[in-house]
Design a protein around this ligand. Structure first.
Ligand code: GDP
Length: 140
């Protein structure tokens, strides 16, 4: 197994309900280290750029509005197989399908307002980390 880094976002539905600490505790309990973190407010344009891969999906506009609706916490998680491990801790996209104990099972409000984002592969993780952080901000 290799040490990896992945990009995580705590979404507006979760920051609004003051859940940043509870979600971070789940990452840390799973052995993921938060090696960079900042709270920012995305514009709708930035949200659209970040989620450009979903441009053709029917929920794209709703997703961009949601991601710009309040603060988000963007973070870099590091650990053994961090990309897959974070996806496990997050749970399925739809909280109705998420395994018990996962972030989405415990905290997500709906398939759209589902509390967290996590990169899904090594190439997207690298691109998404570089979208939000400079090398100087990553302290392992
Ligand atoms: P993820 O990798 O588990 O986050 O899921 P996807 O890459 O498939 O989708 C990206 C994000 O789009 C999800 O996390 C949701 O916030 C949103 N999304 C996905 N499916 C739907 C949907 O059917 N309706 C709405 N409103 N949002 C959705």
């Amino acid at each position: 197994m290799a040490t990896e880094r992945t990009l995580s976002i705590i979404k507006p539905d979760a920051t609004k309900r003051n859940l940043t600490g509870k979600i971070n505790a789940k990452f840390e309990e799973a052995g993921l280290r938060i090696v960079a973190q900042k709270r920012i407010r995305l514009t709708k344009e930035q949200s659209g750029e970040f989620y450009a891969v979903h441009k053709e999906r029917p929920f794209y506009d709703e997703l961009c509005d949601f991601m710009a609706s309040g603060p988000v916490v963007v973070q870099v998680l590091e650990g053994e197989s961090a990309i897959a491990k974070n996806r496990e801790v997050m749970g399925a996209t739809n909280p109705a399908d998420a395994a018990p104990g996962t972030v989405r099972a415990e905290f997500a409000e709906s398939v759209g307002e589902n509390s967290v984002h996590g990169s899904d592969a090594a190439d997207t993780a690298a691109a998404e980390i570089a979208y939000f952080f400079s090398g100087l901000e990553l302290v392992g």
